[in-house]
Design a protein around this ligand. Sequence first.
Ligand code: PLP
Length: 375
Amino acid sequence: MSDSSAFLPFTKPTIDEETIAAVADVLRSGWLTSGPNVQKFEAQLSEYFGGRPVRTFNSGTCTMEIALRIAGIGAGDEVITTPNSWVATANVIIETGATPVFVDIDARTHNIDLDKVEAAITPRTRAIIPVHMCGLPCDMDKLYALAEKYQLRVVEDAAQAIGSTWQGRRIGSFGDFASFSFQVNKNIMTGEGGCLVLNNAEEARLAEKYRLQGVSRSGLDGIDVDVLGGKYNMTDIAAAIGLGQMKHLAEFNAKRAALAQHYFDCFGADFEAHSGAELPLADFENCNWHMFHLVLPESVNRAAFMQQMLDQKIGLGYHYRAIHLFSYYRARGYTDGMFPVAERVGKQIVTLPLFPTMAMTDVERVVTAVKSCLL
Ligand SMILES: *Cc1c(COP(=O)(O)O)cnc(C)c1O
């Protein structure tokens, strides 16, 4: 991996032979859809999140939509969220019939600016979907104080935050709904998948209905359908991957933190002042280092910078373009200038390579290349 002539992608999943064998076992067993592995994976996740009920799904997008449905949110309701996220975060609000209301982000954390939320609350506001961007948690004290004051449901988009903590407590182990993604780029993955941490058995029962056509068991003679559900269940193949990943979660996150620390060390204390670029907040208490971002100075053209890095065989990503500037959202009335921080970050941000099998020398190679472009 430290071969400096090899292409370095910005991320890559880590899969051991044991997991590959476990998947082969599922395939040989003949039971491929939700079954014993899903049950075992949900039990492990529940234990991981302090005993709260957890249900798995086939994405970290439908988890959020289902949380909103469980909360009874739909047409006529407003849901506050951030423009700095994967578009899924806002799409799910529209899917339920509710209206997303964006609030700009904090320039240092890239999370929703909780000091600006109050001004966006109306009598129709029912919920808030904050994102723990790159695994850096939102201020949970402020968030839940607001939720309590205005009686808002919270659906934490914790897609990137498995293993992140707030004051020593794991994200997902407390609070209201917490949604995690196991899409292939996340800290643990199932190819595609997600899970929702819920508050009680009644919500868990509803989650089961919404993930499978609204079906519930009814008496001895079969089933009934009393709500509109979809088809969102996780396969046992995916759950077998998840079980294999869970064994390594702590080790993966520790490796990510070590690589992130090395990035800071290699960039050095004066990098920001000399380059005009911004490094992430160095929160080694709480963050699971899902991604390592760099916000380029406005004088640098991002596409050109990414090409220069690619010429040195380094693949970068950018996460994310501001949601409200996509055509679909512009057609709903959003325009440039509405959320200036998210817009600037969305235009200038790049994601540097960071994944558990990366070598420390890979970090050095990336930093050398970045400096050759910016300094
Ligand atoms: C990955 C991600 C999602 C979507 O998860 P999927 O499993 O791809 O549906 C939503 N929000 C954020 C912040 C994400 O990173």
